[in-house]
Design a protein around this ligand. Structure first.
Ligand SMILES: Cc1cc2nc3c(=O)[nH]c(=O)nc-3n(C[C@H](O)[C@H](O)[C@H](O)COP(=O)(O)O)c2cc1C
Length: 344
């Protein structure tokens, strides 16, 4: 069977929450990774971590990304995710954050391939397909992605996602797509390529240059779920749809916000009980956590700096709706290139 996840939305902590996953799926992402879930925090019963998973009742395909280094916690986290409805488990083997490395997790696992392989086996005990997401290597002196990929495949991983940077690079410099190509040639399981896809043309180039089975978009999707529709069209050999108008951007940003508020109120009320006060508190939390993303939607558009400043001060959905109403009627959308330029 052809690999079904040709266009993937990357896992991004603090970003790829339930509401965002729904939005990118609507625009054509075949698979939207959930944000990293700490197996240990889940194992210790951290409520916030359970809430972060947020997959019950979500549309298929549902993938939960787990970060961990202890097999028993990883196995338990995979079982919990399966119980809540996950269909795929991904293991985070690429996070560069010092806090994660200190716990022997994320990209630190690339330095311990035997432990990483054990974690694949542990996660597989939940009975779901297990994938791994990792980098080119730890640093320039240890670019071991190919050997690492072979070992993960041998341990039973069902597909791999490779980010063409080392841990030392974090997110700087240019992603090296030749690593993706080398991994693809080394293993028999599907390989998803990741790093620096900011346009449909980039996606096409990565597929052509590396032979990968799917592409994964990270920073390029921030405030820009339209990119998925553009990639989808171009892969079909069709012209990319026109860039969204300001009114379309405003409508999607508000849909994203309303859904995020709905999830936030739901979880807040699970904890604190249903009341107008808990509804307001849930709304306020959601607004604060989505301010950055709302700003990304407006980047590169006329008067956006001013709008972002006002969004950052807004406290309620009604205020943000009013701000976007003005933006929708006054602004015009610029090209994708101009938006990306504005981002950089
Ligand atoms: C803010 C932020 C959060 C991220 N969170 C995660 C995460 O939770 N799990 C993960 O595997 N990668 C995470 N990543 C890495 C991305 O999934 C992706 O590999 C990286 O951004 C490279 O792709 P890009 O060049 O398309 O952005 C994160 C990246 C950023 C910038």
């Amino acid at each position: 069977m052809a690999f079904p996840f040709r266009i993937c939305a990357a896992p991004m902590a603090g970003i790829s929450n339930r509401a965002f996953r729904e939005i990118v799926r609507e625009f054509g992402a075949d698979l939207a990774y959930g944000e990293m879930i700490s197996a240990r925090a889940l194992g210790y019963g951290n409520r916030r971590t359970w809430e972060l998973m947020d997959i019950e009742g979500e549309q298929s395909p549902r993938l939960v990304q787990i970060s961990g280094s202890e097999a028993h916690f990883v196995a338990a986290a995979a079982e919990a995710a399966a119980m809540l409805g996950a269909q795929y488990i991904d293991l985070n083997m690429g996070c560069p954050a010092p806090k994660v490395a200190r716990n022997n997790e994320g990209c630190m696992l690339m330095r311990q391939p035997e432990l990483a392989a054990k974690l694949v086996s542990a996660a597989r005990s939940a009975g779901l397909p297990v994938s791994c997401k990792f980098r080119a290597g730890w640093d320039d002196t240890s670019r071991n992605a190919v050997d690492f990929a072979r070992r993960m495949a041998a341990a039973g991983a069902s597909f791999l996602a490779v980010h063409g940077r080392t841990r030392q690079q974090f997110y700087s410099g240019k992603a090296d797509w030749s690593v993706i190509r080398a991994v693809k040639q080394a293993v028999d399981i599907p390989v998803v390529g990741n790093g620096d896809i900011f346009s449909a043309a980039d996606a096409l180039s990565m597929l052509e240059e590396t032979g990968c089975d799917g592409v994964m978009v990270g920073r390029g999707m921030l405030g820009n779920p339209w990119l998925f529709a553009e990639i989808r069209a171009v892969l079909r050999g069709e012209a990319a749809p026109a860039r969204p108008t300001a009114a379309e951007i405003a409508a999607v940003a508000l849909r994203h916000l309303r859904r995020h508020i709905a999830r936030s109120v739901y979880w807040y009320q699970q904890r604190e009980g249903e009341s107008p006060a808990t509804a307001a508190a849930g709304e306020s939390l959601a607004i604060r956590s989505l301010r950055g993303h709302l700003g990304w939607y407006t980047k590169g558009l006329r008067n956006s700096a001013q709008l972002r400043q006002r969004i950052n001060q807004a406290e309620s959905l009604a205020e943000i709706e009013a701000l976007f109403a003005v933006f929708a009627s006054a602004g015009t959308a610029s090209s994708a290139a101009a938006r990306i330029e504005a981002d950089n």
